[in-house]
Design a protein around this ligand. Structure first.
Ligand SMILES: [Zn+2]
Length: 368
């Protein structure tokens, strides 16, 4: 019986935002190569599945018709739409050739994963090219063109599934939160570096949902220099009780790994050990599990962390020494971190107090 699947194809990394952009397609290629070098898809219980491009109708589960058409036209070099109107331009969200095809393929990958899990063909499916949680219905944001997370959750809701969303990317999952802010059919929980210091500047504990959705949007922000110990303590205080109380049919998770201490864009200080512990808890909470990727801008860290995450999903314990075929190409090393970030006791204590205050506020507000 196949228990887990990875959704992946080289078509996902042929085109990208450009050589100077942090969201490098090589992140995906390197992850695939490391998984393949470990033989992660070779066993009886694990499979590699090809993605397909999402149709305009599927993209329309979350995005406006005009935006979908604008992305298609801009991607072909068309002039019918003003890129600025949709937040495209130099910087975070450049227009690039075949942008439509590449980004719609990422959404299709998430939908293939959702189909496999919703039909119980696998217990967990991992689409690591996705997790593009910032895109809005009619605008690009934070490197995200189409919001595969919101499209996939809408697809699951159409099948009357109850969805809990857990987002462990270092950035607030604002696009997904906004999409389901007024409904009690989706519980969104985002753990991230505080918006005081990091894009998109939202995701505070006071953001709890609106109307019927009140109490179904949850945000746990962390201060810069938060380490494994503080992060995991707070994660365990908030995430398991809320997900258990919600009783989801499926857990959708965004597994961005820009929380890592070597990440160049953020200031959290997790190691692969803390990351794997959080992913392991999500696994315990998920009756079915749709796992998506997300941020992470140190390519070498991304490949190792997502390989470890798939190890958790598929129940495989990969040897710590990187496989020789991979190591010969990219350098020798170990799969897991063996050093810890150096953080002064003062900063560590500050981060701990910030997390304690956040946890206390959420416990009061949500009666945990
Ligand atoms: Zn991020």
């Amino acid at each position: 019986m196949i228990k887990s699947a990875i959704i992946c194809s080289p078509d996902l990394w042929q085109r990208g935002h450009g050589v100077t952009h942090p969201l490098k397609p090589a992140r995906l290629q390197r992850t695939y190569e490391l998984l393949a070098a470990y033989g992660a898809f070779d066993g009886q219980e694990s499979m590699l599945v090809q993605p397909r491009q999402a149709t305009p109708e599927e993209l329309g589960l979350f995005h406006t018709e005009e935006y979908i058409e604008a992305v298609r036209n801009l991607s072909q070099g068309g002039k019918r739409f003003n890129p600025r109107r949709y937040n495209f331009g130099p910087g975070d969200n450049p227009v690039f050739p075949e942008m439509y095809e590449t980004e719609a393929l990422k959404v299709g990958a998430a939908l293939v994963a959702a189909e496999l899990v919703a039909s119980d063909q696998v217990g967990v499916a991992f689409s690591f090219s996705g997790g593009l949680h910032h895109a809005g219905p009619a605008h690009a944001s934070g490197f995200c063109v189409f919001n595969d997370v919101s499209v996939a959750i809408h697809w699951l809701l159409q099948r009357s599934l109850r969805v809990a969303y857990v987002d462990i990317d270092a950035h607030h999952g604002d696009g997904v939160q906004d999409a389901f802010y007024e409904t009690d059919r989706v519980l969104t929980i985002s753990l991230h570096e505080t918006g005081l210091y990091l894009f998109p500047g939202t995701g505070f504990v006071e953001e709890l949902g609106r109307g019927a959705g009140r109490g179904y949007a949850v945000n746990l922000p962390f201060a810069p220099y938060t380490d494994d110990e503080t992060y995991l303590w707070a994660f365990e205080e908030i995430v398991p009780p809320l997900v258990r109380r919600f009783q989801p049919d499926i857990v959708v998770s965004q597994l961005g790994v820009d929380t890592h201490y070597r990440d160049p864009l953020t200031h959290l200080c997790l190691t692969t050990s803390g990351y794997v512990a959080a992913v392991t808890t999500i696994k315990k909470l998920a009756p079915r599990w749709l796992a998506l990727g997300g941020g992470g801008y140190d390519i070498e860290v991304v490949a190792r962390a997502w390989t470890l995450a798939y190890g958790v999903m598929s129940g495989q314990e990969f040897p710590d020494s990187l496989p020789s075929t991979y190591a010969e190409k990219y350098g020798h090393g170990s799969l897991r971190d063996h050093e810890k970030p150096r953080i002064s006791s003062e900063l560590r204590e500050q981060a701990r107090r910030y997390a304690e205050a956040g946890v206390a506020a959420l416990k009061r507000a949500l009666e945990i």
